[in-house]
Design a binder for this molecule. Structure first.
Ligand code: AHG
Ligand code: MN
Ligand code: MN
Length: 338
């Protein structure tokens, strides 16, 4: 159909296949990995869309490693991803915000060359009030890809720079998956009527600057002087009308970063007096989000080091995060370095 008026229909499976064709060394394992992962995502999306109807709202009795009460939906998302990914023979280990230690592949299943790190449900405090949630994920290659044994802590503690693929799913007005393998950022939108993610944006580039900022300003009096000065500055009107910046804060990092990816601006979760490393986790949140933002032309730092260059020392490590349009992050850095 040479003259077809229908745009090219690219499902996520087709996209991954086509991307792999560009890499002759690829074995196709990644296609299977992503296929199983998006299956888990479809199950999570179904539960989220039926929230309130499916007796899944509310708390479990469990407290996670961070001392937070685990919501039922957190637990569900965590288990579904683990169970969808534990048997395909492509992973050697997983790590996730909700599990205390490394999540081993059950003995009866083969072990492969990839490592999965994930935040099953981001934005837990928004579950019960119908506000946007997310899932964040990253894949690494294990240090010795020829091994077929359990993955080790060293395989998991790799800097974000070593991610081979990462992204997030946003359960918003529609469900989208934002994904990169280091060759640009692609966005897939979920069509629930056919159960497929379809490519809707290819090679997304973010604006270089915007006058929007996103931070929990309730902590203002716990921040250090330099950061407070920056916040004061961006709120002070300027003759060219570029300031004051507008504030947007959802409280779901995925949603806040997704807005920044599309409209530009900056999202920040700094350290403060009581939490010097802030709240966000390096492996499950900061790294995958930073990989996406860098691939879209943006910048992500902890205030000193690019997030992707931080060498993790423990799996649940936290990090301050300043992420967004390049010029916005550069502007902030002038204050932090002053
Ligand atoms: P999670 O739901 O995975 O625990 O993550 C919540 C995080 C993040 O999504 C959000 O940016 C941040 O918590 C909000 O924290 P504050 O309530 O301190 O602003
Ligand atoms: Mn989170
Ligand atoms: Mn979470």
């Amino acid at each position: 159909m040479e003259n077809s008026t229908t745009p090219k229909l690219i499902t996520i499976d087709r996209h991954i296949n086509e991307e792999q064709d560009l890499h002759p060394e690829a074995t196709g394992e990644f296609t299977f990995l992503l296929h199983d992962f998006t299956f888990a995502i479809r199950l999570i999306e179904r539960e989220i869309r039926r929230a309130g109807l499916n007796d899944i709202l509310g708390l479990t009795e469990n407290i996670n490693i961070h001392g937070e009460t685990v919501k039922k939906l957190d637990q569900f998302a965590f288990e579904v991803i683990y169970r969808a990914m534990d048997h395909n023979g492509n992973l050697c280990v997983m790590a996730c915000e909700e599990a205390n230690g490394l999540m081993k592949i059950p003995e009866k299943y083969p072990k492969g060359k990839y490592v999965l790190v994930f935040d099953p449900l981001d934005g837990s405090s928004n579950i019960d009030v119908n506000i946007t949630l997310g899932t964040i994920f990253g894949f690494y290659k294990r240090l010795d890809p020829t091994l077929r044994t359990d993955g080790t802590i060293e395989d998991v503690l790799q800097p974000g720079r070593k991610l081979v693929a990462a992204g997030y799913v946003l359960y918003g007005s529609s469900t989208v998956m934002v994904y990169t393998t280091g060759h640009g950022v692609n966005v897939f939108t979920y069509d629930p009527t056919v159960g497929e993610f379809l490519l809707t944006k290819k090679g997304l580039k973010m604006p270089e600057w915007n006058n929007q900022y996103s931070v929990n300003e309730g902590y203002y009096h716990k921040w250090d002087e330099k950061f407070r000065k920056y916040i004061d500055f961006i709120k002070t009107p300027s003759p060219d009308k570029k300031r004051p910046y507008s504030l947007r804060y959802v409280g779901t990092a995925v949603a806040d970063v997704h807005r920044v990816l599309n409209y530009g601006g900056i999202f920040m979760y700094p350290g403060d007096k009581s939490h010097p490393q802030g709240k966000l986790r390096l492996l499950y949140e900061a790294n995958p989000l930073s990989f996406v933002i860098e691939q879209a032309g943006g910048r992500a730092t902890d205030g000193q080091t690019d997030i992707l260059d931080i060498v993790p020392s423990s799996i649940h490590q936290k990090t301050p995060l300043f992420i967004g349009s390049k010029r916005n992050v550069d502007e902030l850095m002038e204050f932090l370095n002053s």
